[in-house]
Write a protein of this length. Structure first.
Length: 550
């Protein structure tokens, strides 16, 4: 089995695993579990499902991500980035359709891992990921406005953000000030502890304090108990979601979205962890683990699983040394669920909305956003286009259009980076004292042009226009490709057209300095001897011409 398909758990245990490492991993796992407990429930509620399904996701999916994954410290579970996808899929296809889409997305992730497709995630432009994440953050925050202000809507809350804001605006007169106070208290405690006691579990402390505050003062407002009836004490038995070809076809686009976003989110999280630990993850194995985790999560009634960019760094900072910390994080969550499930009924929804408001704020990468907006017009356009399409249209469209704009921007930059011009090489000629000194070679029958940069379809028209003007003006035409690292079929076809023009005019065409890959592309388009001479350097080509003249 290739090394890239070996879980990091096996590699870690093969290094030797003792009591000291177990102690460090246990402490890290407990720390992450304390953070994940309120967050998993909050994400589930925001996704339109019951809070226990968020815990199922973190327990089952998180355990498998760590057990089978390609990262030593990755923490799996429900992620804020999936909230919009999960909520929309559940609204369209119901809970059964959501579970089926999660499982199908898992199958796609496994296939992507075995096909080694993880390496291509890195081709997504940075402005796209920043704009996409910021757009999701705005949508998450908008989804929490109802619970943050305790609003009462006359009907179902709309999904599109503009319709949502209009409906919430109409319900502004129903503000529950107790909910506002609860949410403000939660946010204030989280921000205060982050500043004063950054190593304390601020989210859990804030939710516990807000719950006690609401219960002691008997403030009006919805809680997990009043809306969902609490959470069960334990995991359900695994059950296959109803399966039919019609249902599978209906949820297939959602499954593709789950797989795409899951791959992006998990591998980005793994890259962040690599930067913090100095190690390298195995992207293919990470995708396979995410796929298995999503299938198993769906069997236990959980939602989509991915590597979490917030909890993974928490795991690293807490001292995790191996995937055991992630597995123990899931075990601790299960223990919390078994022992403290009744207490969850008292958690105010306004408090969990406050937690997600903080999560949404943290998701917006403020310094990178400002840097990209200032760096160049093209990057700013890609960032803003992705952001606006994600917020006002669709998440998948945002990624696709952002990627397309990024690709066009790259092509334009590469096309402008190429240069072509006439050159006058230095040629050693004997002087009166017998020494050789470099002087400019000046042969009126020979013209030399040099191309510098990537010669591809984006720059083919520009280069072709220049070459076409001079291809029949001299007896010898030398085209130097020493500084051309790559040449595609369009560029090769342009050179073949110039060669045909030179042949009609009786001009000798010599190509110099072509690298093996450039030469292969030219040969495939019939730019090869005897139609054209190939030489290693301009000097070698000039030597051929001089020998014929003497």
């Amino acid at each position: 089995m290739p090394d890239s398909l070996v879980p990091k758990t096996i590699s870690t245990l093969a290094e030797g695993y003792g009591l000291a490492r177990l102690r460090a991993d246990a402490l890290a796992g407990l720390t992450v579990a304390i953070v994940a407990l309120p967050l998993s429930m909050a994400i589930a509620i925001a996704s339109g499902v019951t809070p226990d399904r968020g815990l199922y996701t973190a327990i089952v999916g998180g355990f498998i991500v760590s057990l089978l994954g390609g990262s030593r410290v990755q923490i799996g579970g429900p992620a804020g980035a999936f909230i919009v996808f999960v909520a929309a899929t559940g609204a369209r296809h119901g809970l059964d359709g959501l579970l089926l889409a999660s499982a199908m997305g898992g199958i796609m992730l496994i296939a992507a891992g075995y096909l080694r497709l993880g390496q291509y995630i890195k081709f997504i432009p940075y402005p796209v990921t920043v704009g996409f994440t910021a757009g999701i953050a705005v949508i998450i925050f908008a989804s929490q406005l109802r619970d943050l202000f305790g609003l009462t809507l006359s009907g179902a809350e709309p999904g599109p953000i503009v319709d949502k804001l209009i409906a919430l605006g109409h319900a502004a007169g129903t503000v529950n000030w107790a909910a506002v106070l609860t949410a403000a208290l939660t946010i204030g405690i989280i921000l205060g502890l982050r500043r004063l006691r950054p190593h304390w579990p601020g989210m859990l402390i804030a939710v516990a304090a807000a719950s006690a505050f609401v219960a002691l003062l008997q403030l009006p407002g919805e809680t997990i108990g009043t809306r969902f009836g609490g959470i069960p004490r334990g995991l359900p038995l695994p059950t296959l979601p109803p399966l039919s070809l019609d249902k599978a076809a209906a949820v297939f686009p959602d499954a593709v979205s789950f797989a795409l976003l899951g791959a992006i989110e998990s591998l980005l999280s793994a890259v962040v962890a690599d930067g913090m630990t100095g190690r390298r993850h195995r992207s293919s194995m990470e995708l396979i683990a995410q796929g298995v985790a999503n299938i198993c999560s769906a069997l236990f009634g959980g939602i989509c699983v991915t590597g979490t960019i917030a909890r993974t760094p928490t795991n690293v900072r807490a001292g995790a040394t191996s995937p055991v910390s992630g597995m123990l994080h899931s075990v601790f969550l299960l223990l919390f669920m078994l022992l403290a499930a009744p207490l969850a009924s008292y958690i105010p929804l306004a408090s969990l909305a406050g937690v997600l408001a903080i999560v949404a704020w943290n998701m917006i990468e403020k310094p990178p956003v400002m840097a990209l907006l200032r760096s160049s017009y093209g990057d700013a356009v890609v960032l803003l286009a992705t952001f606006l399409i994600v917020v006002f249209r669709d998440l998948t469209e945002g990624i696709v259009i952002g990627f397309a704009l990024g690709a066009v921007l790259f092509i334009d930059r590469m096309a402008k980076s190429i240069s072509i011009g006439e050159t006058k090489p230095l040629s050693p000629l004997p002087q009166e004292n017998g020494e050789e000194h470099p002087v400019v070679a000046d042969d009126p029958n020979t013209v030399i042009y040099r191309i510098s940069g990537i010669f591809f379809f984006g720059s083919a028209a520009t280069v072709g226009t220049v070459l076409d003007r001079i291809a029949d003006q001299r007896r010898n035409f030398i085209l130097d490709c020493t500084e051309v690292p790559f040449l595609d079929s369009t560029a090769a076809n342009v050179i073949e057209g110039i060669l045909r023009k030179a042949e009609r005019s009786g001009v000798r065409f010599i190509i110099t300095g072509a690298k093996p890959q450039v030469r292969r592309a030219l040969y495939q388009h019939h730019v090869r001897p005897p139609r054209v001479l190939m030489r290693a350097s301009i000097e070698a080509a000039l030597e051929v011409i001089r020998n014929e003249q003497t």
